[in-house]
Design a protein around this ligand. Structure first.
Ligand SMILES: *Cc1c(COP(=O)(O)O)cnc(C)c1O
Length: 219
């Protein structure tokens, strides 16, 4: 299969999972994760009609996306990897969605840059559903208070929650937990599910799935 066939295959699996979960067609957005792939590899996916992409490193994204965005202005770029505060300005300038607001320091840095640049990327809070020490994200029990702080103290309009379940665990309970936390915060958007588990994530209410290797091949 070439990259366009793999994209079509992922899209049809998304549509089938929506139907199986009694969800509206188009309820789930595909974020095509293009990290480690260069502009040459990404162009055929854009040509096939995909418009939403995810990158996990600010610096890597800066090396290819300004050019690709100039070619196709309606692409939407998501930051899905950890953000350092010294990269907040660059991230706010380049990304349309930042999915990895994961601590107060980053929320504050992003808020300052949004004002300074008069840009409003959409924002997600990353939750460390498995409480993994090596993984970024707010602890589940602190999510409500953190979303409140973002909203009331920093004036940030949080759109949803994002998680990356532990690789060696059944992801279902992590997706269910994220959905429950979102409900309790009054949030309706859930970024969850990757190549290996996006159909499960859709069954648990994902509104966007982040799929890399199933489209671009192994990294
Ligand atoms: C790399 C990555 C993905 C995509 O992973 P695949 O298994 O290649 O689909 C999704 N989310 C995040 C946060 C990633 O870093």
């Amino acid at each position: 299969m070439d990259v366009q066939e793999r994209l079509n295959d992922v899209m049809s699996r998304i549509r089938m999972s929506e139907t199986a979960a009694n969800r509206a067609e188009g309820a789930v957005a595909l974020v095509a994760v293009s990290k480690t792939f260069d502009a040459e590899a990404i162009r055929p996916v854009i040509a096939a009609g995909q418009r939403v992409f995810g990158e996990n490193r600010v610096q890597e994204a800066q090396g290819k996306w300004p050019e690709l965005k100039a070619e196709t202005p309606d692409v939407e770029l998501h930051l899905i990897g950890p953000l350092q505060s010294n990269k907040a300005a660059d991230a706010v300038a380049l990304f349309d969605v930042i999915e990895t607001i994961d601590r107060e320091k980053i929320a504050r840095a992003v808020a300052v840059e949004m004002k300074r640049q008069d840009r409003k990327p959409r924002l997600y809070v990353q939750v460390n559903t498995g409480l993994e020490p090596q993984k970024a994200g707010i602890a589940p029990e602190e999510t409500g208070a953190f979303v409140d702080l973002c909203r009331s103290e920093l004036g940030l309009d949080i759109e949803g929650l994002m998680c990356i379940p532990p690789v060696d665990e059944n992801p279902g309970p992590h997706f269910a937990l994220l959905e429950k936390l979102a409900m309790s915060c009054g949030l309706t958007r859930l970024s969850m599910g990757m190549s290996g588990d996006f159909e499960t994530a859709i069954a648990f209410g994902a509104t966007s799935v982040r799929v890399g290797s199933a489209i671009f091949g192994t990294r």
